[in-house]
Design a binder for this molecule. Sequence first.
Ligand code: SF4
Ligand code: SF4
Length: 431
Amino acid sequence: MPTVYNWQIGREMSYPHEERHPQWQFAFVFNPNRCIGCQTCTMSCKSTWTFSKGQELMWWNNVESKPYGGYPQHWDAKLLALLEEANPGKQAWDASQKDHDKQPYGVFEGMTIFDAAEKKPRTDGAQQALGYLPADDEWRSPNIHEDTPTGDHFQSADQFGGNVQLPEHKVWFFHLARICNHCTYPGCLASCPRNAIYKRPEDGVVLIDQSRCRGYRKCVEGCPYKKTMYRPTTRTSEKCVACFPRLEGKDPTVSPTGAPAETRCMSACVGKIRLQGLVKMNEDGTWASDPKNPLFYLVRERQIALPLYPQFGTEPNGYYIPPRWVPRSYLTQMFGPGVEHAIEQYSCPDRELLAVLQLFRANRQIVFRFEIEPGMKVGEVEVTMPDGKTKTQELFNDTVIGYNKFDEEVVRVTVEEPTFERPAEVHVNSI
Ligand code: SF4
Ligand code: SF4
C-alpha cells in the first residue's frame, strides 16, 4: 500500500490510494456542550434526502446519547474492540511528541483501520480497511438508549448535589451529533472494489456514483463511522452528500449572490451547536494558514475542537468541542490527547475566542472570514477551571462580523445578547 501523511495522528500511514488533496475541504465543528438532542437536524436531513421507499432506516444525520447510544448500535465500541484484537495493548498515543502544525495531538503509535487490515489479513477475503458489517437489527433503532446516563447514581446521600460538581460529573451522558465526516482518507472509498466512491476535487465532499455502485456493501463495512447505508430497493449504498447544491451556492433563497451555504442539518440546529465551513488546502494535504477563517481558527489555531476517533486513521473533517462534564478517560479515547487543552480553553474563553464562538448558527451562508470590533467591558466572572483553581474572566461586548466567499458581510453578532422590551400597548393575539 502507498503511504500518506495523516496530521491528526502525527505520522505517515498506509492507505490504498496515492495521496491527492482537494483545493478546499468541507469541514465542521460541533459543540456537544450545547446539544439538547432535539433531533431537528436529523429530521431536516431526512425530509430533504431520505424520505423515499427503501430509505426508512437511513439516517445520514443522527444524534446519539453517549455512552450507550449509537447508530448503528455500538458502532464505535465494536470497532475499538476489533482494533484492540488486531493490536492488543498497543493502541496508544505518545502525546509528548507534539508539534503545533505537523502533529498537534502527538503521535498515535497504534494501528489505524488501514494498518490493521494490511497487517492482519482475513481468511475470508482481503479487506482494505478493518471493519465489520452491522446486522440488520443494529440499524433499526436510530435513537436507542436516548438520554440514558451512566455512573454511580448513589454516590452520596445528597444524590443530586453530589453528582453535578465539575470538573467531571459522576453521573453523565451527552448528545453526539454525527454526519459523514467527508474524510481526507475515507475508509468507504478505500474499500469499494468498483471505485464507485470519489472525493470531489473542489470541496473534498465524498460521494457514491450510483451508476457504478453494485451494492456489495464493502463501504458499509469499511467506514469506521458507519455513515454509508444500504438501500434495498435500489440495491445500492447511499450516504450524506453534504447538501452539495447548497455548497455550490445554488439555493437562491439562501445565497442570492451564489455564495456557498451551510447544509440543511447545520442551518436547522436549534441549539446553535454547529458551524460549517470550507478550509483551503495545500497540495500536501495540510490546511493553508488562514487564521481569520473560523474553522481554521477553532481547529488548527486554538485547537479547541478535536476530530472524532482520530486513531481510526481516516482523518475525519468533523471536529468536536469535548463536553466538559464527561470523564476525561472517555473523552480521550473518543477525541485523542487534545482533550485537556480544549476543555481548559472552552471553560474560560478569552476575548477573541468568545467572539468567534458567537458565529455558531448565526447565518446560513458559509463564513470564510471573520473580523472583531471591540466593545465595552460589561462584566467580570469567577470561573472554576478544570484543575479546581479559579480564574477571572473579563467580558466585553465585542461584535464579530462574518464575510462570505465573495467577502460580502453576511452576519454581525454581539457577545451580549440584545434584549427587546415590547411596548405596553395591547397586541392582537396577546394576553
Ligand atoms: S465518515 Fe465514513 S462514509 Fe463518510 S467519508 Fe469517512 S469513511 Fe466515508
Ligand atoms: S438540531 Fe442541534 S441541538 Fe438539536 S439535536 Fe441536532 S445538533 Fe443537537
